[in-house]
Design a binder for this molecule. Sequence first.
Ligand code: FES
Length: 125
Amino acid sequence: MPTELQKITRKAEKRGIPSITHHVFFCGSSSCCKNKDEAKAAAKKLGKAAKQSRDEEGGFEFTPVECLNLCTQGPLAVVYPEGVWYAHVDEEAAEKIIEQHLKGGQVVEELVFARSGANPTTGKD
Ligand code: FES
């Protein structure tokens, strides 16, 4: 009989977690976003791209959150493992982050307002 840990390990494997290379946390809450529709469109684009990417090597995970504790100039997103923080993530910006950063490995510099993590200068491994 599988243990609880084995059960969730299988669930993570089914979801493609072992092969993801990035994780995007996204806040589109009304406290930081003036345009709720814009936030919804960006979240939808990122979520759809994440779902599609799970069938590929180098996919990414997308997690909408209630707040990233900054509460201004949203929608906000932070991409790990690079620790790159993006502001004003509308639908167009989300597309750039998907294509340029998550698929292409190049940070979208014009949207970056902060960096954290192990390699904050380049955002590369
Ligand atoms: S509500 Fe978006 S960062 Fe706090």
